[in-house]
Design a protein. Structure first.
Length: 206
């Protein structure tokens, strides 16, 4: 492979899926190109800059603005689901998102999103607060899902309980626990609640 910026990002994402964030190093990445680690620093000043751009590459470039005739809230929910799906698709994707900061590459897309929400009636600061709240929720939900997968993978058979406790004294918990087993449904519920709050603030002003 030719040592180019995009090739480095793509290879780093593939290596992330293979070894995880803790074992992803510039030295290990350089071996994929049969070069020494300093060669990578011609393209990225440090590992953090590479991680920041990896997240950009993993983020959806599509749906920056609503489709023609699409309501702003339907668009925001659809795009958020897409972003969540991209994070949980990659090993340690949520941890990567939690450890990175926006790069200038994201600014055009963010400007388009703020403009779309502005057309719906939001002031720039309101729109940005909503987007940041959703972004934090996406990352937190994906982190929790990653943690649950990790615990399940590490659990030994001996660690599993021999029998279920008497749940008759917890009828509400029994009735509700089925829904909680579906992480996608739980995510959608919270996402819709955040967007509903944004919608209510907008309607409050008429």
């Amino acid at each position: 492979m030719k040592l180019e910026r995009q090739a480095i990002i793509d290879t780093a994402i593939a290596l992330l899926d293979e070894v995880g964030l803790d074992k992803l190093s510039m030295r290990r990445l350089a071996k994929e190109f049969d070069v020494q680690a300093p060669a990578l620093y011609w393209h990225f000043k440090n590992k953090q800059e590479l991680l920041d751009h990896m997240l950009v590459a993993m983020s959806p470039a599509e749906l920056r603005v609503p489709r023609p005739g699409q309501a702003w809230d339907d668009w925001l929910i659809e795009r958020s689901r897409l972003q969540y799906g991209r994070l949980i698709k990659h090993r340690d994707g949520a941890r990567l998102a939690a450890q990175t900061k926006p790069t200038e590459d994201l600014f055009p897309g963010l400007e388009s999103m703020l403009e779309a929400l502005g057309a719906a009636g939001f002031a720039p600061e309101e729109a940005l607060r909503g987007l940041l709240a959703i972004s934090s929720y996406i990352t937190g939900s994906a982190l929790e899902r990653e943690g649950a997968r990790g615990h399940a993978a590490e659990a030994e058979p001996a660690e599993q309980p021999d029998g279920m406790p008497d749940m008759s004294q917890y009828p509400n918990l029994v009735a509700a626990v089925g829904a909680a087993r579906d992480p996608d449904a739980v995510f959608d519920y919270g996402l819709n609640a955040i967007v509903a709050g944004m919608r209510a603030e907008l309607e409050k002003r008429g």
